[in-house]
Unconditional design. Structure first.
Length: 148
């Protein structure tokens, strides 16, 4: 998915993932911490942004911003209107990053948390991918998110 800026506008169990997962794709599922709450995450190197389902974000108990929401564009140029966004801290395998996380309706995403390039491409995040695992290490200082 990619983000198009319009400008105007708890614990989650892995059993909530409703699609079957092949053995080779299991390595892309990780337990993440979002603002201190554990969430099952899917690492997607092809997604320009990270995003979270509304019901999952509500379990975390955080409030969110509804101003200047992005429109997410994906396969076939389909679009999804976010219901909110919030700056959060995500920790995966002891690697932390602060980022603005779009919140999407539950029916548009089958995983609780999708972790895309807004996390994986931060300069301090180093990922080693093998045929059966993903390993993250952190090099450097965690940057804070600077809103534009």
């Amino acid at each position: 998915m990619r983000v198009e800026d319009r400008g105007d506008v708890g614990v989650v169990d892995s059993s909530e993932v409703t699609t079957s997962v092949s053995e080779s794709n299991k390595k892309y599922f990780k337990t993440a911490t979002v603002n201190g709450s554990s969430v099952t995450a899917f690492i997607d190197f092809g997604s320009e942004c990270s995003m979270i389902r509304l019901s999952v974000f509500r379990k975390i108990g955080s409030c969110y911003n509804v101003n200047k929401l992005p429109v997410l564009r994906g396969f076939g140029n389909s679009s999804v209107q976010c219901v909110g966004k919030q700056i959060v801290q995500i920790v995966i395998d002891n690697v932390e990053a602060n980022l603005e996380l779009p919140i999407v309706p539950d029916d548009v995403m089958h995983v609780p948390l999708l972790v895309g390039q807004t996390f994986t491409e931060q300069p301090h995040v180093i990922i080693r991918r093998t045929s059966d695992s993903l390993e993250r290490t952190m090099g450097g200082i965690v940057p804070t998110y600077q809103q534009k």
